[in-house]
Write a new protein. Structure first.
Length: 272
């Protein structure tokens, strides 16, 4: 089986992929962007994909949310990883003028960078492991990446972890053919939109209240139709085969102008 992930080797997405899939049994396919991971699944070049979804410091990964809205893929698992970033370079340096990393990683290290590298040029690239690669090639002075990415590229760890405390990222395992499997801790994710009228959103939320369901996330994103039109991404505590969840979703679907079930899945947190 082929598993697409945001690479190259040493990215946090790679780490998440390894925690769920057996590297010796499956073929892990490194993609350059999150777009490529989704397209690999849509075009049947991979059976599964692993994408970052949300970080405890920086929030949602918008590319992932946009693809969940527009493509026919389903979520079958959530993996939550503790993310620790390190400042790495080819050698100890007197002055670091350019630092490469993924935009999410820069945000997660914002305070450290502001305190220590206010004048350095931050070069945004597609992943932290790609940042390590271009640092090894001499394109930038330093990279913010994982110890594994540093090791893969023969970089030295200068200092770290340099991120904010409590830095956790959620990853989704996605696939085209859903086979929802229940685990110990389960969630169900949906997208809906509603009428542009007073109380519309309140009425939908009241349905979840009526069925006594806990929402673990709600986020609005542009519907990409007209300015001011939104879709709502909602994560619900519980599995879709539970009576309250399935009954609530039936009513929500009836009362929405748009409804999509993204998946029902179990959550694993190997670092907790
Ligand atoms: O660049 C990587 O290593 C990734 O896997 C991407 C990503 C992200 O986009 O959120 C994943 C986890 C970390 O939060 C930082 C970067």
């Amino acid at each position: 089986m082929k598993i697409a992930y945001l690479g190259p080797i040493g990215s946090y997405s790679y780490e998440a992929t390894r925690r769920f899939f057996n590297e010796e049994r499956e073929e892990l396919v490194a993609c350059e962007t999150i777009d490529d991971v989704f397209e690999s699944i849509e075009e049947n070049r991979a059976e599964f994909g692993v994408v970052p979804v949300e970080n405890s410091i920086e929030g949602s990964v918008s590319t992932t949310f946009d693809y969940l809205l527009k493509s026919q893929v389903y979520i079958i698992k959530e993996i939550v990883l503790k993310v620790e970033h390190y400042l790495c370079a080819k050698e100890q340096m007197q002055r670091i003028l350019t630092i490469a990393s993924h935009p999410q990683a820069f945000s997660q290290c914002h305070d450290y960078l502001r305190r220590n590298f206010k004048d350095a040029k931050l070069i945004q690239v597609s992943s932290t492991s790609y940042a390590a690669r271009i640092c090894a090639e001499g394109e930038v002075d330093a990279a913010i990446c994982s110890p594994l990415a540093a090791q893969q590229n023969n970089l030295k760890i200068l200092t770290g972890p340099i991120n904010h405390d409590n830095n956790y990222t959620r990853f989704f395992v996605i696939t085209k053919n859903p086979n929802f499997e229940k685990g110990e801790k389960n969630k169900t994710s949906i997208i809906f939109s509603t009428y542009d009228k007073p109380g519309s959103l309140y009425k939908i939320l009241a349905i979840f209240n009526l069925y006594d369901l806990n929402l673990t996330k709600i986020e609005s994103r542009p519907a990409k139709t007209n300015l001011g039109e939104y879709v709502f991404f909602v994560d619900i505590d519980g599995f879709v085969d539970e009576e309250d969840v399935s009954d609530a979703l039936k009513v929500v679907q009836r009362k929405s102008t748009f409804f999509k079930l993204l998946g029902s899945y179990s959550v694993i947190c190997p670092d907790k």
